[in-house]
Design a protein around this ligand. Sequence first.
Ligand code: NAD
Length: 261
Amino acid sequence: MTRGLILGSARLGAMDRSVLVTGASRGIGAATARAFAAEGDRVAVHYSSSPDAAKEVLQSLPGTGHVLAQADLADPEAIRQMVDGAAAALGSIDVLVNNAGIYEPHPIRQTSYDQWQNAWTNTLAVNLIGPANVTWCAVQHMPRGGRIINVSSRGAFRGEPNQPAYGASKAAIISLTQSLARSLGPEAIAVTAIAPGWTTTDMAAEALSGDGYHRRRLESPLERVAAPNEVAAAIVYLASPLAEFATGTVLDFNGGSHLRM
Ligand code: NAD
């Protein structure tokens, strides 16, 4: 999986790895699929309910050998079939990017008890238990030197007043990252997380429209939000051989909008 790597080379990607990116039909996931493909890697473009969008992403990828992989991440059996299928098509899973996620509002004062139950159940199913299951399945096909990158959020540290289950799921996936970094380290599998701030995707479209956009871009001293390809480039770095020693860490990627020790 590290064919062609020269340590110290400016090129971060190892080329010709097999990479599974969840939620790759749009947003950060689509940008990540493109960024790996541009490095020469073969990508399994996972999607849930948008086959046309996923096909468009697949067709836009440079290089060859890319495949589609469908599963609802709330369905453990569908996940197993999806990951096994992707591994069979690609030969292995050298890199896993747990990117798919949902961000559903359920502010405590405006949410009924039933709605509250649903929000917590759905959010943890897709944002935490789904990635945990994808990871278990992918590790069965991951050779020594593999990489797992979990997409968390600034909200894990700052709180999510209107999406508390989302904040909790993103904090929990950091804990999962730390645990797996320790258990898989002896196999030279590095496990990291990235915690983006506002990024221009469909998930953030409403929050980043109208006045909300100006308020939110000013959270950063750079006075802007991130583009998906910036987050994707950081994920490609975390997957690189040179980033092995970052295992167990969280890369804050929020334009200085939330600084912590
Ligand atoms: P997005 O809504 O554009 O993409 C999310 C992806 O997850 C989609 O491809 C969607 O199909 C997939 N998905 C949702 N539910 C699924 C399910 N049940 N099964 C399988 N796939 C499912 O959002 P994005 O902004 O590109 O988000 C990507 C990741 O980045 C998410 O984990 C998100 O929490 C995180 N993030 C985003 C921002 C932001 O401002 N956009 C900030 C911090 C973190």
